[in-house]
Design a protein around this ligand. Structure first.
Ligand code: PLP
Length: 421
């Protein structure tokens, strides 16, 4: 089946009421038939619902459908994009280990990696996403993950996915990629050797800025990489917290299984069934929306590029952009999503433009159907030093736009009057 069809149908078996819409199973727990049934569920001899922190039928549809649409085998939904990222890393790395990350990252991911993971004893080592050769020298036998974003937020770089995964694979290290901005519609990183994909569902998946959530997807056949791999004893040795289960010995997708049975059980960042339902609604229109977001953003990028007060436009759909080649290689039909940034002469000029727009809303979000403007240096990236700002590709006069689904004629007009105010 084609992705567009799967996004509407996959993973939902109608229940006794035959509802067309996926029902919201708003429940904390589930009744067992008897003690034997309960014991079998806990022992994984039978699969079924136990408690909504571990599984829920509505969330199950979202997970199955998202995994399929993203071209993976299985998925674990989480309460936010940040928790999906944390679980994807914590499933592989422990105190004493390290991860190798692109410097160009979402602000929350950057602080999670460089500050919070550090407090848990996991060291983050950074490479320039424009220069994947830097990865090699950062790897040692304690490296558990290579982490990067396919389309970086907010610096708008397109990673050379194959170049990065080639290095990770040479060392038998898991690669984890954040595909939030590109979405499953524009990019399938599994085709280019990635092992795990994470998303913030709070962005394009919901599409209308309705809910916070995240999801982690594993590729088909990841067990072959984990099995007997000395980097990942936690997948090959008995788990004392789950009566000696060896994750690579059972015929279930191991990364998701351990994420659910160990991390979700003990850390509890579970997605609410209602939010799963909202994300299911969002998936139905994702392919159409991504086409329109990309088309609108291309028009706006071309307008900004032609404007004398704009120093530089970062949008991978522009031929002049240094990421154009990677966008053509890795994104479907070369469409480049709705995120773009541009630079003006100063911090003050950037602030004045943000204050003068009328249709764009000043919001720290992306992927809404309503257009959004942000000034990262004074908001999302305020905590970073000027050196850190520079390293993650955020200039002081940089404005980020998330182009929505309004008419591009109105959006161009709004930006024009704000630039010239
Ligand atoms: C928003 C975002 C996140 C964090 O997701 P939340 O759902 O807000 O926790 C992670 N990565 C990227 C690229 C994002 O845009």
């Amino acid at each position: 089946m084609k992705q567009q069809t799967e996004a509407l149908h996959y993973g939902y078996e109608k229940d006794t009421q035959n509802t067309m819409a996926v029902p919201i199973y708003q429940t904390t727990a589930y009744e067992f038939r008897d003690t034997e049934h309960a014991a079998n569920l806990f022992a994984l001899k039978e699969l079924g619902n136990i408690y909504t922190r571990l599984n829920n039928p509505t969330t199950d549809v979202f997970e199955k459908r998202f995994a399929q649409v993203q071209g993976g085998e299985a998925a674990l939904a989480t309460s936010s994009g940040m928790s999906a990222i944390f679980y994807a890393i914590a499933n592989a790395a422990e105190a004493g280990d390290n991860i190798v990350c692109a410097s160009q990252l979402y602000g929350g991911t950057l602080t999670q990696a460089s500050h919070t993971l550090k407090r848990f004893g996991i060291e983050a080592r950074f490479f320039d996403v424009q220069n994947p050769q830097e990865i090699e020298a950062l790897i040692d036998d304690k490296t558990k993950v290579v982490f990067f974003e396919t389309l970086t937020n907010p610096s708008i770089d397109v990673a050379d996915i194959s170049a990065i995964t080639a290095i990770a694979n040479r060392h038998n290290i898991l690669s984890v990629v954040d595909n939030t901005v590109a979405t499953p519609v524009l990019c399938n990183p599994f085709k280019f050797g990635v092992d795990i994909i994470v998303h913030s569902a709070s962005k394009y998946t919901t599409g209308q800025g309705l809910a916070i959530g995240g999801i982690m997807v594993e590729r088909k056949g990841i067990v072959d990489k984990l099995k007997a791999n000395p980097r990942y004893p936690q997948f090959n040795e008995p788990d004392a917290s789950y009566h000696g289960l060896v994750y690579t010995d059972v015929p279930l997708p191991p990364y998701t299984l351990r994420g659910r049975l160990s991390l979700l059980r003990d850390l509890g960042g579970v997605l609410s069934p209602f939010n799963s339902w909202l994300f299911i609604q969002g998936l139905e229109t994702l392919s159409i929306r991504m086409r329109e977001h990309s088309k609108n953003a291309q028009t706006i990028a071309e307008f900004l590029e032609s404007h004398p007060l704009v120093l530089k436009v970062n949008y991978p759909g522009l031929k002049s952009d240094s990421n154009y080649k990677n966008a053509q290689k890795y994104f479907e039909n070369g469409a480049s999503s709705g995120l773009l940034s541009f630079e003006v002469s100063s911090f003050e000029k950037a602030k004045s433009i943000v204050d003068a727009v009328k249709i764009f809303s000043l919001v720290v979000n992306i992927g809404d159907s309503k257009s959004i403007i942000t000034h990262p240096a004074s908001t999302t990236h305020q905590q970073l030093s000027s050196q850190e700002l520079k390293e993650c590709g955020v200039g002081e006069g940089m404005i980020r736009l998330s182009i929505g689904l309004e008419s591009s004629v109105d959006l161009v007009q709004d930006l024009k009057q704000a630039l010239e105010a």
